[in-house]
Design a protein around this ligand. Structure first.
Ligand code: ZN
Length: 91
């Protein structure tokens, strides 16, 4: 996988628009986060985007994917969290 943030993942041109490009709703200015929940632990990092100025392709990535790793030092957000089987009601 290419690590080159300047190259479009669709057309292959080195035409990604520079600078911070974010996603936001029109009403509030909160960052859109990529959230991972597992074992009662929640980790999140801001979603970032790149936009190709040739073909308009929009790609998503996170700057700090390591931060989404869950380790034994992470505390569950709910202290009463217990593992239970998934139920139909979960979907
Ligand atoms: Zn492109």
């Amino acid at each position: 996988m290419s690590n080159d943030r300047d190259t479009c993942g669709k057309c292959g041109e080195k035409s990604i628009i520079k600078g911070d490009i974010g996603l936001r709703t029109s009403r509030d200015k909160e960052l859109i986060m990529v959230v991972r929940q597992d074992h009662g632990v929640e980790k999140s990092v801001p979603l970032q985007t790149s936009v190709c100025c040739q073909c308009g392709f929009v790609d998503f990535y996170v700057q700090d994917p390591i931060h989404l790793k869950i380790s034994t030092e992470d505390k569950p957000i709910n202290p009463d969290f217990q593992q239970r089987p998934l139920l139909d009601a979960d979907f």
